[in-house]
Ligand binder design. Structure first.
Ligand code: ATP
Length: 234
C-alpha cells in the first residue's frame, strides 16, 4: 500500500468548553479524492479547520508526509503545502477577479501560473475585471479554488464546494476537481451532496459526533447505499 500523504489520528478539538472532535482518525492516500461525509454538525468542518491549525484548542496527531503538524501555527501548516477553501469561500469581495488571484502568497515551490489557472477556469479570464461580489455562486467557487491553486499547495481541503450551486455548475466543479486529481493533487472534500461525493470521491469516511465511524472505498459504495443513506439521514 502507498504511504498516506495525510494521516489524522485521534484528533480532538474544542470550541471554548465544547468538546467537538473526540478522536477523528483517517488516512488520505496521495492523488486521491477523499470525502468526509456526515450530518450537519457532525464535525466535518471542524476537522478541516483543525488540520489547518485554525482551531486553537486541539490535540492528537496530523501528519503530512511524516511531518507532525498538530503543534504548528496555521501559517506553517499552510506553508507545508496544504490549502483550505472554506465553505464561505474566502475571496475578497472588494477586489476584482485578477486581484484576488494575484494576492495569495505562494509557498516555496511556487504556485500555479495565472495562465494555467485561466486554462482550467476560462470564465475567470473573461471575468478578470469583475469585482468579487459581482460573480455568480459558481464563479465565486471557481475563484476560491483557483486562489488556493495559486499558493502551490498540493493537498486541497475543500469545504462543500457544491453548496448552493445549480446542477450544471456542480457538474463543472466535479470535472475540475477530477482534473486536478489527474494532475496529481490530493483532495479532501467535505460534502453534503452525496451524489456528488459518490461520483467524485475515491474513498469516503463517515463522521458522526466528532468521530470517524465508517469507511467506504469507491467500489463499496453501491453495495452499501442504504447504510450510507442512513448515516447521512437523507
Ligand atoms: P456543517 O455541514 O453543518 O458545517 P459539520 O459536520 O461541518 O456540519 P461542524 O461545523 O464541524 O460540523 O460543527 C461541529 C459542532 O461544532 C456543531 O455542534 C457546531 O455547532 C459546533 N461549532 C462549530 N463552530 C463553532 C464555533 N465557532 N463555536 C462553537 N461551536 C461551534
Amino acid at each position: 500500500m502507498t504511504e498516506p500523504v495525510l494521516t489524522v489520528e485521534g484528533l480532538e478539538a474544542w470550541y471554548g468548553e465544547s468538546h467537538i472532535l473526540h478522536g477523528v482518525s483517517f488516512e488520505v492516500p496521495p492523488g486521491q479524492i477523499v470525502t468526509l461525509l456526515g450530518r450537519n454538525g457532525a464535525g466535518k468542518t471542524t476537522t478541516l479547520r483543525s488540520i489547518m491549525g485554525l482551531v486553537k484548542k486541539r490535540k492528537g496527531s496530523v501528519r503530512h508526509q511524516g511531518e507532525e503538524l498538530i503543534a504548528l501555527p496555521a501559517n506553517r501548516i499552510a506553508r507545508s503545502g496544504i490549502a483550505y477553501c472554506p465553505e464561505e469561500r474566502g475571496i475578497f469581495s472588494s477586489l476584482n477577479v485578477k486581484e484576488n488571484l494575484q494576492l495569495p502568497p505562494t509557498i516555496a515551490d511556487g504556485g500555479m501560473s495565472l495562465d494555467r489557472v485561466y486554462e482550467l477556469f476560462p470564465i475567470l479570464k473573461t471575468r478578470g475585471a469583475s469585482q468579487g461580489t459581482k460573480l455568480s455562486g459558481g464563479e465565486q467557487q471557481m475563484l476560491a479554488i483557483a486562489r488556493i491553486l495559486r499558493t502551490g499547495a498540493r493537498i486541497l481541503l475543500l469545504d462543500e464546494p457544491t453548496e448552493g450551486l445549480a446542477p450544471v455548475i456542480v457538474q463543472q466543479i466535479g470535472t475540475i476537481i477530477t482534473r486536478l486529481k489527474e494532475e496529481g493533487f490530493t483532495i479532501l472534500l467535505v460534502e453534503q451532496n452525496f451524489r456528488f461525493a459518490e461520483k467524485t470521491g475515491d474513498l469516503h469516511y463517515v463522521v458522526e459526533h466528532g468521530e470517524v465511524v465508517d469507511r467506504f472505498e469507491r467500489a463499496q459504495v453501491a453495495g452499501n447505499r442504504d447504510k450510507i443513506t442512513r448515516y447521512l439521514g437523507v
